[in-house]
Write a protein that binds this ligand. Structure first.
Ligand code: SF4
Length: 470
């Protein structure tokens, strides 16, 4: 096969998405035709995830579906790192597996497979430690206004439920110079928001600079003209310290959004997870030091040995701190990590009941917090248009793509327009638990007058008689 047309599926987290973009960039530079319509492709690059059981299942399902369609498969990412032999043995359509530290070999791998149809390749380094900090070409797969910037690879922590250090190796920061150079290229291409990702962004610099250097990186990125927002994903409690928070508070382009997976609140569960105890101290510090901050966290319920009392501790913690954004996962048992062989594994039924309880709690909290946004003028990065709703789609500075609120925006009756790929002023008119609705132009006198009229019309709308007796 001469230079097959390459399709692509990128699964898992934003860190994986940046790897996919780099691989596509390299293939594009080498003259391969890349398509996002897999029907058109002869060969598909699937960048897989292996973080939890469900992610593994989704990766395998994707591979099998593509194989059934007759596609040849190049399997990259965490599942490839973890199950290289099994994937080649069990999926005849798999032509190659490429490890997490081997993504820059993608062109050679595909060239070799194209040249010899009987070849089946394994390019998986045992210790995926050769993270390349050169500025590599990238083909953006997301909406052009926002781009991920992977600041480091791997993790130095050893949370007992997490397989990532085994798959991605120890923490390796890229240099500030390399990151600023890549960010400048992205901004020159029209990017308005840079999202810093890694397994533990607050740890940035501790390996190569022997001190936390995220504040310095933020300051350097802040100098880039035409960049509007800088977002940090995945902070770790112990490094979310005064210096970092003061930097977030003081730099206008750094969004007032802290993403800090806390995983649990009870000290004994956190201890069993090998994570820092007393997350309440971190929460208090963030709110004290960053005015107007909104906090995102994730929690795991049903960790081995989690008692009813420890779960109730978590519920009370969430009730007390009222997280602006929150994700909750059921513990996913994996035998390759220490928690897999811990006693007192919790049944799936109990895990689901606990997760549902927190999701219901958060639904109420999120509804109330979003309702408080009505009447406020906020900045919204417009990223698309919803044809069915006839509304523009965007995000506020407090919303990361794919996981947080969407802001739907209409153009105003008086002609205030929405500008795609730009940060627009928007007046929020309506709130749902996980979405906001607003009007372009912000708090103009016309928009305010219209909002007042709508409010009055809503208030004076007659109540259906039947509602009085129901
Ligand atoms: S900090 Fe995150 S990536 Fe690192 S071991 Fe813990 S859960 Fe895994």
């Amino acid at each position: 096969m001469r230079n097959p047309k390459i399709g692509v599926v990128s699964l898992g987290c934003p860190k994986n998405a940046t790897d996919t973009e780099v691989m596509l960039g390299l293939l594009n530079e080498a003259g391969f035709e890349v398509t996002f319509d897999n029907d058109q492709a002869q060969m598909c690059l699937v960048n897989t995830c292996s973080f939890i059981g469900d992610a593994r299942k989704e990766s395998v399902r994707t591979l099998v579906e593509l194989a059934d369609q007759g596609k040849e498969l190049i399997i990259a990412g965490c599942l490839a790192q973890h199950f290289k032999e099994e994937l080649l043995n069990e999926i005849p359509e798999a032509r190659a597996v490429v490890g997490t530290g081997d993504i820059t070999k993608i062109v050679d791998v595909i060239k070799a497979c194209a040249a010899d149809s009987s070849l089946r390749l394994v390019e998986v380094s045992d210790i995926p430690n050769n993270y390349d900090d050169e500025v590599l070409p990238r083909m953006q797969t997301g909406v052009g206004a926002s781009a991920y910037l992977k600041i480091a690879e791997g993790c130095d922590h050893r949370c007992t439920f997490c397989i990532i250090p085994q798959l991605r190796g120890d923490f390796r920061s890229r240099t500030i110079e390399s990151l600023v150079k890549e960010a400048r290229i992205l901004v020159a291409g029209g990017v308005k928001e840079i999202i810093l990702v890694s397994q533990d962004s607050s740890y940035y610099g501790l390996d190569i600079y022997k001190k936390q250097a995220l504040p310095q990186l933020l300051e350097a990125l802040h100098e880039i003209e035409d960049l509007d927002w800088i977002r940090i994903m995945y902070c770790y409690p112990t490094e979310t310290n005064r210096e970092l928070l003061a930097t977030i508070a003081s730099l206008p382009k750094v969004v007032k959004y802290v993403d800090i997976p806390l995983q649990h609140s009870h000290p004994d569960v956190l201890s069993a997870m090998a994570r820092p105890k007393h997350p309440e101290k971190t929460m208090d510090l963030i709110r004290e030091m960053v005015p107007g901050v909104k906090i995102r966290s994730t929690f795991i319920v049903g960790f081995p040995g989690e008692t009813d009392e420890q779960f109730e501790h978590l519920v009370k913690f969430i009730e007390k701190y009222r997280f602006d954004r929150l994700g909750v996962f059921t513990y996913s048992r994996q035998m390759e990590v220490p928690s897999g062989s811990m006693d007192d594994q919790i049944t799936e039924k109990v895990k689901k009941v606990r997760r549902n309880r927190i999701m219901k709690l958060q639904h109420g909290i999120s509804s109330e917090l979003n309702a408080n946004m009505v009447g406020q003028e906020i900045d919204v990065l417009i990223e698309g248009y919803d044809d069915s709703k006839k509304l523009f789609i965007g995000r506020s500075q407090w919303d990361a793509p794919g996981i947080d609120n969407t802001v739907y925006v209409r153009e105003s009756l008086t002609g205030e327009r929405c500008f795609m790929g730009e940060v627009n002023k928007v007046l929020i008119e309506e709130a749902k638990p996980y979405d906001l609705f607003g009007v372009a132009g912000g708090a103009t006198p016309e928009n305010m007058a219209e909002a007042a009229e709508r409010k009055q019309a809503k208030a004076s709308k007659p109540i259906p008689v039947r509602a009085l007796i129901s």
